[in-house]
Design a protein around this ligand. Sequence first.
Ligand SMILES: [Ca+2]
Length: 313
Amino acid sequence: MSLTALLALSGLAAPAVASAPAAAAAPVRKIILDTDIGGDVDDAYALALFAALPSVKLMAVTTAYGETGKRVPLAAKLLKVMGQPGVPVAAGRSGEAKVGPQCDWAAGFRSRSMVKKSAVELMRGIIKANPGEVTLVAIGALTNVADLITQHPEVKPQIKGLVIMGGAARVGYNNQPPAVPECNIVCDPAAARIVFAAGLPLRVAALDATTMMQLDLDRQKRLFAYGTPVTDALAALTILWGNTIPTLFDPVAVADAAGVSYWQTEPLRLGIREDAVTTIEPGAPNCTFLVNPDKEGFLDWYVEAVGKGTAGR
Ligand SMILES: [Ca+2]
């Protein structure tokens, strides 16, 4: 007889057993991640975060922008490393832009999670099967999200919410005014306009809450010293990416969708100008905008959460 069973028979409960019902009762957040993984390295850091969020169920990963098909094996292999090999991965509408060298890490990788259906059809099917329960987190160009709500407007009321990394309201990449065209908006401004005008419950992690999230070398060493399969993968992908200091733009959006909050929010009405600059406009708010981030707190939380494989708080 196990110790747990003995304790149960005796009327005593081990702490792990006693805490189990509370953990089980926590609401599970269902998320679909739409990503341009294979470009900047922060998408890999964002996907890896799902291995550290026990209250989140990652329903699917869809790939956006350029060579979307080559991004699929990269996401699928990282999911396997994360111990989530069954999460389906589908490619979105493809374009000309090339992927970066991170995709070499997954060249030739195949798994049954790499599904044939399109990103839009995968998203649509999951949302319809879980009406009102699925949050989309979009951390690349907004092509797939715009395609989904344009081609299947009937699913819009069934989407619980949308969290994006994109735009810049008051600062540029140097965290100083003025706002500049942000990459995810520049990659598909037409899609961004559709999404911002869609009336979805929208939360925006723009440069204003992300561009300062630089994972310095000391924190990289702390993260990679955990030596887990996930942190080893991130170390390899960071080297293949080819730069020194990743900026964790995209993990901010994932953390926010998971209910983690190292920032404040304000209601804003945002628009997209012809030159892809995000503008603050008068009128009723169309999004919840992340502001005043606690940089040090978030980066330390990220390192511990992903390193330990648990949300850590
Ligand atoms: Ca991205």
